[in-house]
Design a protein around this ligand. Structure first.
Ligand code: ADP
Length: 820
């Protein structure tokens, strides 16, 4: 069955491209194709040529396909006659139907565009056909019409009158069941136009099977609504993408184009919109129809220009935009009789624009612009689709509307691809930029921290050395303050560096044997030093089962607890700070502990209890001034714990105190748990002096101040220690080979040969000569986990970060020597 072609033009309106091409087509085959986009319907059905006002259908089969009731209709120009009028009083003429008023000549004169006329046709039906199975399909006419079947008012598109005031234009084409008795009936059609630049009937009236005609209309509306749904959803999707993404204007323009163009689909052709809202004024809907056209061109021009700004000249875009805007303005400000005239020149412009846009796409492909191939293909698709429409128009081929529908959807899909492609590329670029700047930030921080840590090492080291010498009380006070300030600075640097590591995902958790009872005791001792002269008691409460070794990351756990303790001490003016570790659960393999740090401090207001875990957030700035700090501590604690799938909790009452707590499960460490037990006394300064008396220690350090600090720290604690000094890696290796020291303290970044290469050479030397392995302790100002790992890979036995505490250096050195 051949499909009706009314649908073609309507579906064609689903993209501006289609519209443009339709314009070209219009220019090629006569401009009435655009004006009457469904005119090609004439070729789709069998045409009945009425003669002298009579259409004899007796030799036609009406059940198969509808007929177009064209041919000679009788016309009574200038009057509106209802069937009960006295027709004899008026002059009647035979004219071709359907024809616009100005294309209809009466006595050699064309009828005026503004006026009215009555048309009459007698239809003789085939024998044996029930008229009730038939229907008439009545199109819209410019711009108001009423159709009578015999003496009954059958259908109306508005109200025709003999003056502008008496005429109410409206378009609502539809199919309606014929309800006549007998083998013939008379059609009386009254048409009036006083508001449009065109007047009169321009589409054929169809007669055919009721089911067929009604289904056709129904199907047409369903397609309209389907396309509308697609466009609205697509448009809203892109609008959302723009609003939340805000980077690419082409997305916005495409969204607006899709949304505006929606009206071309339901407010034009079959006028589905008028069926949904029958009471809407024709003056409003006609304006919307025209505005949607002009705005579509406006937005598609902006869209194309923003896609290919280098190919699309600004002046050209301006011309198209200004003309569209001008036409839109005329539509808004002038009456229908005026603004309906702007379409003709607009068509010419569109003809130029389509060719121009195609050229832009070709240029964009040549210049390898993002998604240009998709744009180009979309233009090809639309040309192909439209060629099919033309070929069908000339009855060369017969194609299904679905093919065209897919063509139009493909057009939108291809443009969606253009946008998605651009969007994805932009996101990739942003992500890459973010990664690069994150890396730059983390590199900067690590370099800066390295640079700050090196002199800080000297400050802390020398202060420590001086503190171990006898001084006057006021000197001691000054030195204590100096040490406190330097330690605070180190604390801040460490926090910032840690946070940058967390942000760039560079924190790797270590696993080692940890005894939390012992760690807690050390922490409490340290915290007691921060109290100063405040009446604050630091207490430790642990359960029996806590004193055993488990697998955990000792540095990170220490960091978390230390942070919580330091906050508790900082924000408590009097009362208690309690570190509590409770055993919650124990199996033969695992131990679940609850850690909590409670204080009787200033507390945290309820509304701030969540935000303080965010980076750089503090309860208020006055507190910041009063108590110091960076606002990073809790953020680090939370991140470090969440890396271990543990969440940090808080209970706090303002003015009463706070309690931070978390629960964590650990695997028991059965081997080392029994063996190596921490014994504070084992690593005391006295034992160090004893252990290292007469021992030869090689210090490889290029920085003279750092060298001096290490030297002082060591000789201060063990006067009988023997030292070898190398100021670069090369001489370190030479000294090592010549003297074979008991222990090497190795800086990592050194000239000539760096610490890692030096260590490799030492290990190779040992191996070659079958010598016992000498302990090598790396001293590095870098806190990058990678660098520490590289040190171990190079053959070093342990790594100590600079600046270090005297006790830590002592402990590490003793451990290494004892382990030999
Ligand atoms: P910092 O202590 O360096 O400012 P933190 O992230 O450790 O940064 O803490 C953030 C904020 O949370 C603190 O500035 C303080 O306002 C609040 N806070 C943290 N711990 C306590 C506590 N124990 N008592 C009262 N307020 C606290």
């Amino acid at each position: 069955m051949r499909q009706f072609s009314v649908f073609d033009a309507r579906v064609a309106s689903c993209s501006s491209m289609i519209l443009f091409i339709r314009y070209i087509f219009t220019l090629a085959i006569g401009y009435c194709f655009f004006i009457a986009p469904e005119a090609n319907a004439q070729v789709a059905f069998t045409v009945v040529k009425a003669t002298k006002g009579v259409a004899d259908l007796r030799r036609y089969n009406l059940t198969d396909e509808p007929l177009e009731l064209n041919g000679e209709w009788k016309i009574y120009p200038g009057v509106l006659l209802t069937p009960d009028s006295n027709f004899k009083k008026h002059s009647g003429y035979y004219v071709d139907f359907p024809r616009l008023f100005n294309e209809t000549t009466i006595n050699g004169q064309p009828m005026p565009v503004h006026g009215c006329a009555t048309y009459k046709l007698e239809v003789i039906l085939p024998d044996g056909l029930k008229p009730s199975e038939l229907a008439l399909d009545i199109p819209d006419a410019y711009s108001a019409s009423v159709l009578y079947v015999n003496t009954t008012k059958f259908f109306n598109n508005g109200i025709p009158g003999t003056s502008a005031a008496a005429t109410k234009p409206h378009y609502r084409p539809d199919a309606k069941r014929l309800n006549v008795n007998g083998s013939s009936f008379t059609i009386t059609l009254l048409v009036a136009n006083f508001h449009h630049r065109r007047g009169g009937p321009y589409r054929p009236i169809l007669i055919g099977s009721n089911t067929w005609l009604k289904n056709r209309r129904e199907q047409g509306r369903q397609f309209d609504l389907f396309l509308t749904g697609c466009l609205v959803m697509g448009g809203l999707f892109y609008l959302g993408l723009f609003i939340f993404g805000k980077q690419d204007r082409s997305i916005l323009y495409f969204a607006l184009f899709s949304l505006v163009y929606t009206y071309r689909i339901i407010g034009f052709g079959d006028y589905t919109f008028h069926h949904l809202y029958p009471n809407l004024s024709w003056f409003l809907t006609l304006r919307l129809e025209y505005l949607s056209l002009f705005f579509s061109i406006w937005f598609i021009t902006l869209y194309n220009r923003s896609l290919y700004p280098d190919e699309y000249p600004r002046w050209a875009a301006r011309i198209f935009i200004y003309i569209s805007a001008g036409c839109a303005l005329i539509t808004l400000l002038t009456p229908t009789t005026v603004y309906t005239h702007v379409v003709t020149p607009f068509l010419l412009l569109m003809g130029v624009k389509i060719v121009f846009t195609f050229g832009i796409y070709v240029q964009a492909v040549r210049n390898k612009r993002i998604g240009a191939w998709f744009s180009f293909c979309s233009a090809l698709v639309i040309f192909f689709v439209f060629s099919l429409v033309i070929l069908r128009y000339f009855a060369v081929i017969s194609i299904n509307d679905i093919v065209l529908l897919f063509g139009y959807i493909l057009f939108f899909f291809l443009h969606s691809l253009v946008l998605s492609y651009r969007y994805a590329r932009r996101l990739n670029l942003i992500t890459r930029d973010a990664e690069v700047s994150l890396k730059a930030k983390s590199d900067f921080l690590s370099t800066m921290s390295h640079e700050i840590r090196t002199p800080l090492n000297a400050v802390i080291g020398i202060t420590n050395v001086m503190l171990h010498k006898p001084q006057r009380p006021e000197e001691k006070k000054l030195l204590d303050t100096l040490l406190l300030s330097a330690n605070n600075l180190l604390f801040i640097i460490n926090d910032i560096l840690d946070f940058s590591k967390i942000e760039s995902g560079k924190i790797n958790l270590r696993h080692a044997a940890v005894n939390f009872e012992q760690m807690a005791r050390q922490l409490v001792t340290e915290a007691a030093e921060w109290v100063g002269d405040k009446p604050v008691q630091i207490l430790l409460q642990t359960d029996e089962g806590v004193n055993q070794f488990v697998q955990s990351d000792p540095e990170r756990m220490r960091q978390v607890l230390l942070n919580l303790l330091s906050n508790a001490v900082k924000f408590t003016l009097r009362g208690k700070v309690i570190l509590q570790i409770k055993k919650q659960f124990e199996t033969s393999d695992s131990l679940t502990l609850e850690f909590s740090v409670a204080d009787t401090g200033i507390g945290i207001p309820e509304e701030k209890q969540q935000i303080i875990f965010d980076k750089f957030t503090q309860v208020d700035t006055s507190i910041k001034r009063g108590y110091g700090g960076t606002g990073l501590g809790l953020a680090i604690c939370r991140e470090v714990l969440s890396l271990q799938q543990v969440s940090l909790q808080l209970e706090s009452t303002e003015g009463v105190g706070s309690r931070f707590w978390f629960v964590q499960s650990f695997q028991k460490d059965k081997q080392s748990g029994k063996g190596v037990q921490y014994d504070e006394a084992q690593f005391s300064a006295e034992s160090f002096a004893g252990l290292f008396a007469g021992k030869l220690v090689l210090i490889a350090e290029d920085n003279a101040i750092n060298m001096m600090v290490v030297e002082k720290v060591l000789t201060n604690q063990a006067s009988e220690i023997q030292l070898l000094k190398a100021y670069n890696g090369k001489s370190a290796v030479t000294l090592f080979m010549a003297h074979q020291p008991d222990l090497v303290l190795m800086d990592v970044q050194m000239p000539l040969v760096n610490g890692m290469d030096a260590c490799r050479q030492m290990r190779a030397y040992e191996q070659k000569h079958g010598l016992p392995r000498t302990a090598v302790l790396a001293l590095t100002a870098s806190t990058q986990d990678e660098e520490q790992q590289l040190c171990l890979d190079a053959g070093m036995d342990a790594v100590l970060s600079k600046p270090f505490k005297q006790e830590d250096l002592r402990t590490q050195m003793m451990r290494l020597l004892l382990a030999k």
